[in-house]
Design a protein around this ligand. Sequence first.
Ligand code: HEM
Ligand SMILES: *[C@@H]1O[C@H](CO)[C@@H](O)[C@H](O)[C@H]1NC(C)=O
Length: 368
Amino acid sequence: MSFKQLLVAVSAALLTKSAVIEKRATCATGQTTANAACCAWFPVLEDIQQNMFAGGQCNAEAHEALRLVFHDGIAVSPAMEARGQFGGGGADGSIMLFDEIETAFHPNIGLDDVVALEKPFVAKHGVSPADFIPFAGAVAVSNCAGAPEMQFFIGRKIATQAAPDGLVPEPFHTVDQILERTNDAGQFDELETVWMLSAHSIAASNDVDPTVVGLPFDSTPEQFDGQFFLDTQLRGVLFPGSGGNQGEVESAVAGEIRLQSDHNFARDSRTACEWQSFVNNQTKLQADFQFIFTAIATLGQDMDSLIDCSDVIPAPKPQNFGPTRFPPGKSNADIEQACAATPFPTLATAPGPATSVARINPPFKVSH
Ligand code: HEM
Ligand SMILES: *[C@@H]1O[C@H](CO)[C@@H](O)[C@H](O)[C@H]1NC(C)=O
């Protein structure tokens, strides 16, 4: 079975896991899980929910924990290996084990903070950094309303050296450059690359633009929803301070930041229809992100040697929102239609005056 076929099988099994898997191990702390090796993670869960995620919130720390999973995992290049160079180990914890090297790479700007935040939990619980990064990311996503059921595996090979620079996408890269990179890293295609970018539904920018912090990518950064895909499809407007930095373009909603790469993915003929499909299809959004998160979180690893500890991850916070709506004052007339095959869905507009989206406050800083 190829890596991706195996993942599909795993995902399908998980969707029915409560019905199928008979829980076998009872942990000393009282919980039951399919595998006794997973017991060690329940105390870690309790600790990070209280002390990283403020009692299970989809907060700034949760957003950064998810970003860290991507920046550790994507740093693997079979193409470099084929040229006889070391291509990085993927989801191997290298970004934490060799943080002084990797957090100095340009695309990893700001990740020194979340690495510093996570390290004490790794030390305190004596768990693997390679497994902890995806664990914290999966728990983080589960704290966001509307999230899919997140998967978690343990047993990753741990990094023995830092990943090379140049493997993490930048917001000023072209669609071609980003697709080439994701294809190299995990044989991901253009649709799967769109699935990944759903992460920006629960995201803000703290570092790329030094003049602003905590600017969300959509108007609902605490919800895992289709709003990001709608907001990025709106015609950009010039706001004071917006669009001034490399890799940043004008956003449509005051207080939001828009990455040039997200803007371009929303408009490229190869990706625009997939982008649009996520505007108001929560079921598809959840299924595709569940799959792609696990794929990113296991890059460079052999799935067959990992143990499934998904039953340690809490059930996602329930969806407490209705269908995606245009932000106040916006309508279909403001859409920059890019998908040629299907018209943009007809949606309601949120009531009220067009106000600025709130910053994610306080932006956390632990190391400087
Ligand atoms: C593939 C192209 C991608 C590019 C060019 C990109 C770029 C960026 C940039 C520039 C930021 C802002 C960082 C800052 O100023 O603090 C950001 C934030 C973020 N990214 Fe991405 N990203 C990509 C894919 C992904 C993927 C695949 C994930 C996860 C699966 C992800 C998760 C996040 C999250 C959660 C944040 C918000 C962090 C926070 O709120 O503190 N990104 N991304
Ligand atoms: C949502 O996506 C699924 C999977 O592609 C599709 O079968 C379904 O028709 C879509 N639903 C809507 C309302 O578009």
